[in-house]
Design a protein around this ligand. Structure first.
Ligand code: F6R
Length: 240
């Protein structure tokens, strides 16, 4: 695991992602607040440096169950609003788990099959939850887990209520998420964490034991994982 402490995480992340985009890679996209500056930097490079995503495809990490794709906070909508509608990737090539499927277990299997049929994810962008989750694999998720329906931890419901007018009651409890084993199959993992709210999670995932209590710690087992953090998120790391 490589750990990069920088005051420009979005630039470091965009530099890595750009090399994959120039190779027409399959991108794994995270939603949430953390990658937004990176997406803005990539949009800028698209507009100013002719960085083309036309030959790429993309797979999202997760989706809320029961939110229609027309809902502003569905990840289907969010990634289009914040990123993919502002670059030249064909919309049909932006895939996400079907949170409205009648059978969400089957939808999870279908999603894993679609990733496999695409040849796998070349570069996976990840954020981390304050409780150490990646995608929506909450503490206790099995390292062997695959795309499946699961439930959000109360802490994540609280953290994500900011996207739902601050009202925890409006945050869907059920989600469809890539599993830890699915994520670990991506060829390069890039986890970005910024701000002091993430310092405990970052210390646990980098310095702690590989343990399902901190799902992100599984990155220690990946042959090519890069953790990009700002000073605030790095505050509790043992080696700085
Ligand atoms: C989102 C996702 C989540 C977020 C995490 C951090 O697709 O998979 O794991 O990355 O909840 O969210 P932010 O970046 O909003 O702090």
């Amino acid at each position: 695991m490589d750990v990069i402490i920088t005051n420009q995480p979005e630039k470091v992340a965009a530099d890595i992602i750009e090399t994959f985009v120039r190779d027409n890679a399959t991108l794994g996209l995270a939603t949430g607040s953390t990658p937004l500056p990176t997406y803005r930097e990539l949009i800028r490079r698209h507009e100013e440096k002719n960085l083309s995503f036309a030959q790429c495809q993309a797979f999202l990490l997760d989706e809320y169950i029961g939110l229609p794709i027309t809902h502003e906070q569905s990840y289907y909508r969010t990634i289009r609003r914040e990123f993919t509608s502002r670059i030249d990737i064909p919309d049909a090539k932006v895939h996400s788990p079907n949170g409205m499927a009648l059978d969400s277990v089957a939808a999870g299997h279908d999603y894993d099959a679609a990733i496999k049929a695409a040849g796998g994810v070349d570069i996976q962008i990840l954020g981390v939850g304050t409780d150490g989750h990646i995608a929506f694999n909450e503490p206790g998720s099995a390292f062997a887990s695959r795309t499946r329906p699961t439930s959000l931890h109360p802490q994540t419901v609280k953290d994500n209520s900011r996207f739902f007018e601050g009202d925890e009651a409006k945050v869907p409890r059920r989600v469809l998420t890539q599993g830890l084993a699915t994520i670990m199959e991506a060829r390069h993992l890039v986890l970005i964490a910024t701000g002091s709210g993430k310092k405990e999670a970052v210390a646990a995932l980098v310095d702690g034991p590989v343990d399902t209590a901190c799902p992100a710690s599984v990155l220690q087992r990946h042959p090519h994982a890069t953790v990009i953090v700002d000073e605030a998120a790095a505050a509790l790391l043992s080696k700085k």
